[in-house]
Design a protein around this ligand. Structure first.
Ligand SMILES: [Zn+2]
Length: 224
């Protein structure tokens, strides 16, 4: 099977999204890039039934290479983010993008309907490269939505999609998944605070300070 390991990983991450409540039913989608090929979860299939062989492999222009089912309706979004990541300079998402996780996780989706930027309730927002933008609403699966998400991801590894959900990126699937969890946590904390009162937010200068601090924090596992 072409890209067997990558497709198995995509299926496993979809299972984890469902198991941890970040997606319900067939919502959300996951992709990983391997060279010039993209492995992406199929459209409308319950994640419990998803196997590596049912994860499609597509070219970067979307053409199927080995895909038994129709791809996620958000394939244009995934392709647009990988394409933007390949362009150096301003406007590109932060860091290398080897994987993308899109969810309709409840706290992130709720916050996406309230604000135009994720409120700086906690310094953890800096872990996405700075203030996390909310991409303006457009119908799911459209090039317009893909373009809005690419713009919102500029210099970041996460964004929200207004009245829709969240997108996170990473060099690999494990990182994109852990960012999806972290983003959901930040949004959940904001909602709890906002439900109890008027939250005190961190000033943009403090988020920038933490962005710089985090740049020198943590360790990289050696390359396999
Ligand atoms: Zn969606």
């Amino acid at each position: 099977m072409l890209l067997g390991e990558v497709r198995a990983e995509v299926a496993a991450v979809c299972g984890q999204l469902a198991a941890t409540g970040l997606v319900v039913g067939t919502a959300g989608n996951v992709s990983a890039r391997a060279g010039d090929l993209i492995a992406v979860s199929p459209s409308g299939l319950d994640y419990a039934a998803l196997t590596a062989g049912l994860v499609g492999v597509h070219r970067r222009d979307g053409e199927p290479v080995e895909a038994p089912l129709a791809p996620s309706s958000e394939l244009p979004l995934h392709l647009a983010v990988y394409a933007a990541a390949g362009r150096s300079g301003s406007g590109a998402p932060a860091g290398p993008v080897g994987a993308i996780v899109h969810t309709h996780s409840p706290a992130a989706t709720a916050v996406s309907a309230l604000v135009t930027e994720v409120p700086a309730i906690h310094y953890q927002v800096a872990a996405f490269g700075g203030a996390v933008a909310v991409a303006p609403y457009a119908t799911y699966g459209t090039d317009e939505l893909a373009a809005n998400v690419v713009a919102a991801l500029s210099g970041r590894s996460a964004c929200l999609m207004a009245n829709h959900g969240a997108v996170t990126t990473g060099p690999d699937l494990a990182t994109a998944l852990s960012r999806a969890r972290a983003l959901e946590w930040v949004c959940d904390v904001y909602l709890r605070a906002a439900a109890a009162g008027r939250p005190r937010l961190l000033p943009p200068e403090e988020i920038e300070t933490v962005v710089r601090k985090l740049a020198s924090y943590g360790q990289q596992a050696p390359e396999a």
